[in-house]
Design a protein around this ligand. Sequence first.
Ligand SMILES: Cc1cc2nc3c(=O)[nH]c(=O)nc-3n(C[C@H](O)[C@H](O)[C@H](O)COP(=O)(O)O)c2cc1C
Ligand SMILES: C=C(O[C@@H]1CC(C(=O)O)=C[C@@H](OP(=O)(O)O)[C@H]1O)C(=O)O
Length: 389
Amino acid sequence: MSLRYLTAGETHGPQLTAIIEGLPSNMRLDFEELNFQLQRRQKGHGRGRRMQIEQDVAEIVGGVRHGKTTGAPVALIVRNNDWKHWMKVMNIEPTEGTDEEKRRVHRPRPGHADLNGGLKYNLKDLRNVLERSSARETAARVAVGAVVMQLLAAFGIKIAGQVISIGEITAPPNDIPLDELMALTEESPVRVADKATEAKMTEYIDKIKAEGDSIGGIVECIVEGVPVGLGSHVQWDRKLDGRIAGAVVSINAFKGCEIGIGFNAAKLRGSQVHDEIMYSEERGYYRASNRLGGFEGGMTNGESIVVRGVMKPIPTLYKPLRSVDIDTREPFTAQVERSDSCAVPSASVVMEHVVAWEVAKAFLEKFGGDSMEEIRDNLNNYLEQLERY
Ligand SMILES: Cc1cc2nc3c(=O)[nH]c(=O)nc-3n(C[C@H](O)[C@H](O)[C@H](O)COP(=O)(O)O)c2cc1C
Ligand SMILES: C=C(O[C@@H]1CC(C(=O)O)=C[C@@H](OP(=O)(O)O)[C@H]1O)C(=O)O
């Protein structure tokens, strides 16, 4: 069975729910570490009031006994603290003349899912769209990703993310070892591994917010310790770089993904792009550089995976954009109750976790077994095969 998961739940409903199927047995789950990842997603400069209400904690409600997976589906929930403020709105149908009718959403926001979802699902209360399109769902995806990150860590695969830019402000390139990067990006408010840039970004976010606007940016994720040969060239949907790009663009507000030097490859010559092949007794085959971000032919090449994602600015704006009321078909200017003005640091954490998921899925496709022990044997056999090659 290949690894799969689904999430369910509304942003102002009681909880988010996720079920992961295909995890091996005997995998130790560190709950503190899992919740630490959820807390990381909540931090970062530019988030709105909602993040002060929520304190995300995952409760495992299936598939784990005595701290270890049993091989059964792992079920988990993350409760919404804000639910208590929304119970009435969520439960009572808005009929004409009631207070609830005033809370019905009929003014779609440009850039959000409101209008497309309303038209597609024939819903006249756009709340039925926004409740599920909200990036609240990314809390469930981080919880799921945090589980498989622990699987990857057990086999020496580590993942870290960082903010590269917010608006026009770009962090200088760095060569920080992954362990140090992981430590650096745990607490920082904008999560960029450079204090001076971080201060500029914080100031910039505040300025944008004061102007009633929002801002996006670029985030990067690095995966270290990946063996050569995850993914495959033989079929389009087995190419791991493609799967990762799909996962990254599936994150709310993400509009693009680059692997390695990505779009810059268009400006350079072949001799400036391709990573030369080297061999040494200690390392076996390796590359003299890693411009292609760890991929050739949809397969990992043993170098670190390097992925970048671009997040557009948050759609809900205090400074309103033009839109049309679906009741009257008249133009209106929006009233905003609350919103994030920048969620790039949070999105960086989300990206780490969706990338972890795709890598874990490909890892289990190659080395899959029903228990951790079986997977370890499969991996070791393969590593020996690589040595003999
Ligand atoms: C962590 C995170 C927080 C977000 N917060 C908000 C928000 O407060 N307000 C908003 O309008 N959009 C927010 N978004 C973006 C919307 O969820 C997203 O734009 C919307 O679902 C439409 O999907 P699309 O932009 O991918 O097309 C956030 C996205 C992420 C990743
Ligand atoms: C709840 C989260 O993010 C939310 C994502 C979001 C959106 O439209 O995507 C809108 C905001 O929600 P609300 O309208 O309740 O303030 C964010 O707070 C979260 O990240 O946990």
